[in-house]
Design a protein around this ligand. Structure first.
Ligand SMILES: [Zn+2]
Length: 347
């Protein structure tokens, strides 16, 4: 397992920033895009990651195994170990935030789905903070989390947003379960599943019901200069931001507005708005806590062996209906079906 995901800030946002930002914003965005494009893990780094996983993936069920490294503003991973599982907080807030976020994500998957870390077998959760210079992204490289500090104007440090951290770790879960190919509809489904579990981790940590939640992704990341609420809105895809530098949120919330593009791996961060909105509609219609019914259905579909790695939206929708019927009965299944229909998917 070692797919390097593109990071929570999609390339279309960084590209806009590199063209329309102030001089320093253009420089930071270009440097982030270039870092992302040229990301390579030399053999030595891959061997070190494998050795770290072998050494640290040993916690008992119900307990995470977290190790946070400081990359020292360089791009070599993992950097220097600064915080280990069970140690008292270090002086560095960012390292501590990363540690807390990884713990909250572990707790959600374990408490709600009895999943012992990303692989279900206690895989160590490794994270590197202070990656690169004003690096404007956070990503999962198949072995660990990597967090940039942001530039402070457009993006704040990436450890601030628990939903973003959970989004990235969920890519690891998806890779080890459904293995959804990161392209076109299966890729948009992969992205959406990361947003769905990301938003649930945020709601779980805050103890929020579906009515109390804001259904935003990455709200805590946007800097003071951005005209917008978040990176994405599950309640109203396409309305998260409208900013002179970043442009307008391009997400559709219905199949009628499906975007055909070769950019962004076939619009994986764009068309994910459609299944995102279906989850929002279904969870809010069901009421209560999102993870109790809607989340349980999504998790069952994600981990169902019948979910093919090139699944389309409609295939995933079909599985959610099957699990809804099986676990919760026809009343819940009807709500699930109606939610998908409202975004233009299914019979
Ligand atoms: Zn993603």
């Amino acid at each position: 397992m070692a797919t390097r995901y593109p990071g929570v800030i999609p390339p279309h946002m960084l590209k806009r920033l590199s063209e329309h930002g102030s001089e320093s914003q253009r420089r930071w965005a270009s440097s982030t895009l270039s870092t992302d494009r040229h990301f390579r893990q030399p053999m030595a780094a891959r061997e070190m990651a494998a050795a770290l996983h072998a050494e640290y993936s040993n916690s008992p069920r119900g307990t995470p195994s977290r190790y946070i490294f400081d990359a020292g503003h360089k791009t070599e991973l993992p950097g220097e170990l600064v915080l280990s599982e069970g140690e008292p907080a270090t002086a560095d807030d960012t390292a501590h935030e990363a540690y807390t976020d990884l713990g909250a994500t572990y707790r959600f998957f374990y408490d709600v789905f009895e999943r012992h870390s990303i692989d279900g077998e206690g895989m160590a959760l490794l994270g590197s903070v202070h990656y690169g210079e004003a690096y404007q992204n956070a990503f999962w490289d198949g072995r660990q989390m990597v967090f940039g500090d942001g530039d402070g104007e457009i993006f704040l440090p990436f450890t601030r947003a628990i939903d973003v951290v959970a989004h990235e770790l969920t890519h690891g879960v998806t890779e080890l379960t459904a293995g959804l190919v990161y392209y076109n509809q299966s890729g948009a489904l992969n992205e959406s599943i990361s947003d769905v579990f990301g938003v649930m981790v945020k709601q779980y940590q805050a103890g929020q019901t579906v009515d109390e939640a804001d259904w935003l992704i990455g709200a805590a990341l946007l800097g003071p200069e951005v005209q917008g609420k978040a990176l994405r809105s599950m309640a109203a895809p396409g309305t998260a931001y409208d900013d002179p530098v970043l442009g307008k949120d391009p997400q559709p919330g219905h199949m009628d507005q499906f975007v055909d593009t070769t950019d962004d791996n076939g619009g994986v961060h764009i068309n994910s708005g459609i299944p995102n909105h279906a989850f929002y509609l279904i969870a809010t219609e069901l009421g209560g806590y999102s993870w109790e019914t809607a989340g349980a259905i999504w998790y069952a579909a994600l981990t169902d062996e019948r979910l093919a790695n090139d699944a389309q939206f409609v295939d995933f929708a079909g599985l959610t209906m099957a699990h809804a019927t099986q676990r919760f009965g026809s009343k819940v299944a009807d709500i699930v079906q109606k939610g998908w229909q409202q975004v233009g998917i299914g019979p």
